[in-house]
Design a binder for this molecule. Structure first.
Ligand code: PEP
Ligand code: MG
Length: 600
């Protein structure tokens, strides 16, 4: 049966593929593809875990005290029976062989299939056996975690992923995916993503966008309703998911898919065209990256530098062990060298909120700790509370500056004291490097404007910092008190809100007046609907995901910044700034007259 689901469009385009459900297990489950040579060893891991759990259950049963109720022993019998049932381990083996899933993923995929079958059973007693099945699977997963070869595997080799034998394209469906897990899918075979939860600028959505494949988040019940192997269309422009589409709908979407590929190819021809407005203003289009390897995509897209390197992704999922100075230095140096003399803005770690160190989704964080992590120890607050870690990172960034043009960016500054402490830490890091005879150059130090407090006290920050970068994702979240990762309030997360536009406009104007560089590196910078307005505000430096550069460049090339600037006040003070922007675009498209002659 065909049906539709609705969510938030977070990454453009159309994806068509078979559903792969990623279960949200209580045990930390890694999902990665294995190559042909690893199939046997994965099956062995599964077998070893099964034998270990069988041993555990048998021992438990043997050691039951005499007074234990008879049901306990019967329950352990049920668990042993489930453990040896071919529908569990046999079918799991098949996922490993056919799909090349790692053993944990294969097991959780099979659990998903069986759990649905249990849910549909008429008999209440049988339906309740689902909980037993989950317990057995959990034991198996834990046994694999303990096992000799259970260490968490990193993303598969690109070739391994590509050689994966399935013929149909695959789309990934999950309740939630932690940003770090999303990174693992960077080189995977998935052609699209759907999650039940999440907001448009949640970090999961941002990483999905960085994969440049269609994605819909906040699709509520998707992972419950869609079944393994269902055919799914993801419309990443409209936020629509169509499950088991009719042949006519499928054909329509295949057509749209081809159209958007053609459009992308057309836009990519702008790659080497300088971004200059109609009235001759030069605009800098920079890239946001998460890993050094992303620098290649930045260059490919025609970025003239990196405006935001989100270093926190180097820190995630390491079982509490943080990357040391040398490891970080190598990562930063790789990005700097790849950018070939172009500026690279490295942001100090922004851990916290929806980017926890451990593999944990924001939902788990909220529910397990009943906190609002966005208001907690994150970004520069966390760095200043971990001075040893912070100095290591500062030294690593400074050392990378010997290999190219590095700028250092500090996330979420809200107090002048944080600015001072940061500068002191940088001074100490420099002193340590000098004493150790390690090379570095004088890097510019900038602050992110992400909380209203920073925007409102910008003149003070501008006296301390060399440049500022406006993080609109957080600025919107904190100005409007809307959790950017929460799909239930996503309709209120409004980048067009006059209060947000006012803070952005004021920050750009104040930075320019102080003669300091200012850029925007939040999602607003990569959204073509905002290009003219940001140019009107005086912005000349935009940082975005590489895949967005050509669409924004096209807008820049068609904009007369002076004419737009003349209408800035009217737009920002309008009741509906978005409509005012659209109206002005229509008027300017048809009226090549001086700005003064335009209707107000
Ligand atoms: C922002 O908040 O706009 C930003 C760029 O930082 P991040 O999205 O990493 O929080
Ligand atoms: Mg931010």
């Amino acid at each position: 049966m065909s049906f539709q689901l609705f969510g938030l469009p977070v990454s453009r385009g159309v994806a068509i593929g078979r559903a792969v459900l990623v279960a949200s297990s209580r045990v930390d489950v890694a999902h990665y593809f294995i190559d042909d040579t690893q199939v046997e060893s994965e099956i062995t891991r599964l077998r070893v875990a099964r034998d270990a759990v069988a041993g555990e259950l048998t021992t438990l049963q043997r050691d039951l005290p005499h007074e234990a109720p008879a049901e306990l022993s019967a329950l352990l019998d049920v668990h042993l029976m489930l453990l040896h049932d071919d529908v569990l381990t046999g079918a799991t083996k098949q996922w490993i062989v056919d799909r090349h899933y790692n053993a944990e993923w294969a097991l959780s995929a099979q659990l998903e299939v069986l759990a649905r079958q249990f849910d549909e059973m008429e008999d209440e007693y049988l339906r309740e056996r689902k909980a037993d099945l989950e317990q057995v699977v959990e034991r198996l997963l834990r046994a694999m975690e303990r096992g000799p070869s259970s260490s968490f595997a990193p993303a598969p080799s690109p070739s391994g992923a590509r050689d994966f034998g399935g013929e149909d394209p695959l789309v990934l469906i999950a309740n939630d995916i932690a940003p770090a897990d999303m990174l693992q899918f960077k080189r995977s075979v998935f052609t699209g993503f759907i999650t039940d939860v999440g907001g448009k600028t949640s970090h999961t959505a941002i990483v999905a966008r960085s994969l440049d494949i269609p994605a819909v988040v906040g699709a509520r019940e998707a992972s419950r309703i869609i079944r393994q192997d269902d055919w799914v269309i993801i419309d990443g422009d409209a936020g629509i998911v169509i499950v088991n589409p009719s042949p006519i709908v499928l054909e329509e979407y295949r057509f749209r898919q081809r159209q958007s590929e053609l459009e992308r190819a057309r836009l990519s021809r702008l790659r080497h065209t300088p971004a200059v407005t109609l009235d001759g203003e030069r605009v800098e289009l920079l890239a946001n990256i998460e890993l050094p390897g992303d620098a290649a995509a930045a260059l490919e897209a025609g970025a003239v530098g990196v405006g935001l390197f989100r270093t926190e992704f180097l820190f995630m999922n390491r079982g509490g062990e943080l990357p040391g100075e040398d490891e970080q230095f190598e990562a930063y140096r790789a990005a700097v060298e790849a950018m070939n003399g172009m500026p690279v803005t490295i942001r100090t770690v922004d851990i916290g909120a929806d980017k926890p160190l451990e593999r944990m989704s924001v939902n788990e964080l909220r529910h397990e700790h009943a906190l609002n992590p966005a208001l907690g120890l994150r970004a520069i607050r966390w760095s200043l509370s971990e001075p040893g870690m912070f100095r290591q990172q500062l030294r690593a960034i400074l050392r990378a500056s010997a290999y190219g043009k590095v700028r250092l960016l500090v996330p979420m500054v809200a107090h002048i004291s944080e600015a001072r402490q940061t500068l002191e830490a940088v001074a100490r890091a420099k002193q340590q490097l000098s004493e150790a005879g390690k090379a570095f150059t004088d890097v510019a130090i900038g602050a992110m404007v992400e909380v209203p407090a920073a925007a409102l006290m910008l003149p003070s920050l501008l006296r301390v910092f060399d440049f500022v970068s406006i993080g609109t994702n957080d600025l919107i979240q904190y100005t409007l008190a809307i959790d950017r990762a929460d799909e239930t309030v996503a309709h209120l997360y409004d980048p067009w809100h006059p209060a947000v536009l006012g803070l952005v406009a004021q920050s750009i104007a104040q930075a320019r007046a102080a003669g300091k560089d200012v850029s925007v590196c939040g999602e607003m910078a990569g959204e073509p609907a905002f290009t003219e307005l940001l140019l009107a505000m005086g912005l000349r430096s935009f940082s975005m995901h590489p895949s967005q550069i050509s669409s924004v460049k096209q807008r820049v090339l068609r904009t007369d910044a002076r004419r737009w600037a003349a209408r800035l006040e009217a737009i920002v003070s309008a009741d509906d700034p978005q409509e005012a922007c659209l109206e002005l675009s229509r008027v300017l498209a048809h009226a090549p007259t001086p700005a003064a002659a335009l209707p107000a």
